[in-house]
Design a protein around this ligand. Structure first.
Ligand code: FMN
Length: 192
């Protein structure tokens, strides 16, 4: 069982990464192998709409996205982290989302289990949750939950609430990871 966490913030050690680390800790405690990918420090180009991938299922842009494709394909579950930027996903998240066009028509991500991890100072989590869930649906992925955390400065998310009334942000990150691992296990079992 492999769980991949992708953090699409330009800030290393930021709130999204803090939540992701918590989620991946939980996944490891449940026996999963985990992998963390940070967009920060990577050079990843936006999709240039060449459409080569429609036939080949491979993106011709040779950059730091190539190992991310491999990690996404080997993962059973994907936790996708983004901060809210101007009531939307971060530009970094959108670049990765668009580049997975190369996975779309050959269903490379279909039936993988997914959950978004979203951070914001105050507003926009609901909109970003809808966008992320639509993105997962387009790929035929199975959404297992979500986590949201609030804070602006690095580390503030540790103290804040999640989106649900019963969890702090970090507890919500752990709950999202639990759902992803459990559902991914059930799906694997179902495959026989
Ligand atoms: C360019 C930019 C736009 C932002 N837009 C929003 C926003 O629309 N709503 C919000 O609540 N917070 C917004 N924020 C705050 C971040 O979502 C917040 O600081 C978050 O914790 C950052 O996560 P990180 O530490 O992982 O980068 C914005 C921050 C930046 C830099």
């Amino acid at each position: 069982m492999r769980i991949l966490g992708i953090v699409c913030s330009p800030r290393k050690g930021g709130n999204t990464e803090i939540m992701m680390e918590e989620a991946l800790d939980q996944a490891r405690e449940m026996g999963a192998e985990t992998e963390l990918i940070l967009f920060a420090g990577k050079k990843i180009l936006p999709c240039d709409a060449c459409d080569t991938c429609l036939e080949t299922a491979v993106c011709k842009l040779q950059d730091d996205m190539q190992p991310i494709y491999e990690a996404m394909e080997r993962a059973d579950g994907i936790l996708f982290g983004t901060p809210v930027y101007l009531l939307n996903v971060s530009a970094q998240a959108k670049i990765i989302m668009d580049r997975t066009y190369a996975c779309l028509f050959h269903l490379k991500l279909a039936r993988k289990v997914a959950a978004p991890i979203i951070t914001a100072r105050r507003v926009g989590v609901g909109q970003v949750l809808s966008l992320m869930n639509s993105y997962f649906s387009v790929h035929g992925m199975v959404v297992a939950g979500f986590a949201a955390g609030y804070g602006r400065d690095i580390g503030e998310v540790r103290e804040g609430p999640g989106m649900t009334p019963i969890y702090t942000a970090l507890e919500e990150a752990r709950a999202a990871a639990r759902s992803v691992v459990k559902l991914a296990r059930q799906l694997k079992k179902g495959k026989g």
